[in-house]
Ligand binder design. Structure first.
Ligand code: HEC
Ligand code: HEC
Length: 418
């Protein structure tokens, strides 16, 4: 890419072959530059705030040549990376860090559809459309068509992902699925390349394989080390299945190449640790579950629950005994993403407690009961207090036998999966 850089104090102008113009203002000079500059009701409003690990809004339509301002309202760094949707190799704006409180301005002087990423935070994805017409060029159409012809192993991987491999319990991709436990894997094949670069790995595929074989090696920001070892029970994928799943991930915006996938058999052979609770009785466990009040917060099958908690209908299909035991004995050890508690103080003097599902200046969403999500607009709110601990009580007081029974019962919860 030909890049001309004209520098002046606090102001950088990049002009590339793609006639993209980027102006970065130093955040020190102008901490919230752009917020006041919003001409209301105009197409050229173009402000995207980076809040709570999200682009808000995450879909924008602007005119060619309009200014788009990115404002980082989070307490940590983000970056902005823009590529053409039809050709993810065509980088319009290389990842540039926007520190907390900082902002960056971008002008796209071309028509088209563009993907937007933060390379630091996997789940942050957006789309930008620039007008006149929303039509793709002939070349873009051809490229998109070529992308659709994929080897059959990708299909096998797709079926595993949305089926027995259980990935869908925690990950969604694009509009498919609604899981909250793990990050969205939209365009993961593409983002893996950026991650690999940052982490010093050889290739995007190496990152994908590592994410699955050694999920603890790199934990996506905003999440905890909560991805199971899917090559061990209960998911228990074998080598060929792992390969298929990896090709499916490659197909999400990356290059599909089965030969590149190198699965270290030694890693697969590590034995899961022996379950000390293995002699429990699932039927007695079901009674413990009800007597201990677990069902007041957890849906199992068609049994209803009142207070908010994750559904456990299929928990035994993807969580091992270690996780289940820890969840019961020490629930604060690893609080699931999207299960943080918050107290929201409203200006009218009311206080509402719930699970924080969205937290931006404009809007707060609180899950106040299993099927009730309340939304408050920014103007209604006086302050929000986020609690880092879980609503789930600990059950350390149960006897060893009761815990064994309970875990044996949870392991039988596999929904329709086998
Ligand atoms: C029980 C929940 C759970 C299941 C099941 C699960 N994952 Fe994950 N996964 C997570 C969480 C949580 C993270 C983020 C923490 C981390 O990076 O390890 C993650 C991270 C990832 C990442 C890295 C994402 C990024 O943005 O870099 C990939 C890739 C991934 N998972 C693939 C898979 C695949 C493929 C499967 C199915 C074989 C799967 N996961 C099953 C919870 C899960
Ligand atoms: C007051 C509500 C409440 C009660 C009662 C409760 N839980 Fe939970 N539980 C939660 C919440 C909220 C989470 C998610 C946050 C976290 O990870 O701690 C959770 C998480 C879990 C998880 C992890 C789920 C996952 O997706 O990995 C398991 C397993 C679990 N609970 C089992 C139980 C069992 C067994 C009992 C009874 C002995 C119980 N819970 C009682 C609220 C509750």
């Amino acid at each position: 890419m030909v890049l001309t850089i004209i520098k002046s104090p606090g102001l950088f102008i990049y002009k590339s072959r793609y006639t993209l113009l980027i102006v970065c203002f130093s955040h020190l000079l102008h901490p919230y530059y752009g917020i006041d500059a919003q001409p209301e009701g105009s197409r050229a409003h173009g402000i995207i705030s980076l809040t709570n690990i999200e682009f808000i809004p995450n879909r924008v339509k602007i005119g060619v040549g309009d200014t788009l301002t990115f404002v980082n309202k989070d307490k940590f760094d983000h970056d902005v990376y823009i590529v053409r949707t039809a050709n993810l190799n065509e980088v319009l704006f290389p990842a540039t860090t926007i520190p907390s409180g900082g902002s960056t301005k971008v002008i796209i002087e071309e028509e088209g559809l563009f993907n937007l990423y933060c390379t630091i935070h996997g789940g942050m994805i957006g789309k930008i459309t620039t007008t006149g017409s929303f039509e793709l060029t002939e070349e873009e159409k051809q490229r998109a068509a070529r992308k659709k012809v994929l080897p059959p192993i990708v299909k096998a991987g797709e079926e595993l992902f949305w089926g027995t491999a259980q990935c869908y319990q925690c990950h969604k991709i694009g509009d498919r699925g609604d899981a909250l436990r793990g990050p969205s894997l939209s365009d993961i094949g593409f983002r893996a390349r950026i991650r690999a670069g940052i982490l010093g790995l050889g290739s995007a595929t190496e990152y994908l394989v590592q994410s699955i074989l050694e999920p603890q090696a790199h934990v996506v920001e905003g999440y905890t080390n909560a991805m199971p070892k899917v090559y061990q029970p209960p998911v228990d994928l074998h080598e060929e299945e792992l390969k298929a799943v990896v090709t499916y991930l490659q197909s999400q915006g990356g290059n599909v190449d089965t030969w590149e996938i190198n699965i270290d058999r030694q890693k697969l052979d590590t034995e899961p640790s022996m379950n000390p609770f293995r002699n429990g009785d699932p039927q007695r466990g079901e009674t413990v579950f009800k007597d201990a009040g677990c069902n007041s917060c957890h849906i199992v099958g068609d049994q209803k629950a009142v207070s908010p908690g994750p559904e456990l209908t299929e928990i035994g299909a993807y969580r091992n005994w270690t996780w289940l035991a820890e969840s019961v004995i020490d629930p604060n050890a690893e609080i699931g993403a999207n299960w943080k508690n918050a107290d929201v103080y409203l200006k009218i003097g009311e206080m509402v407690t719930g699970i924080l599902r969205k937290n931006t200046d404009e809007e707060i969403k609180l899950l106040v009961s299993q099927d009730h999500l309340r939304t408050f607009s920014g103007d209604e709110i006086e302050r929000v207090e986020i609690d880092e601990s879980t609503k789930m009580p600990n059950y350390r007081f149960l006897t060893f036998e009761q815990i064994s029974d309970l875990i044996s019962y949870l392991q039988t919860l596999r929904g329709d999966t086998k």
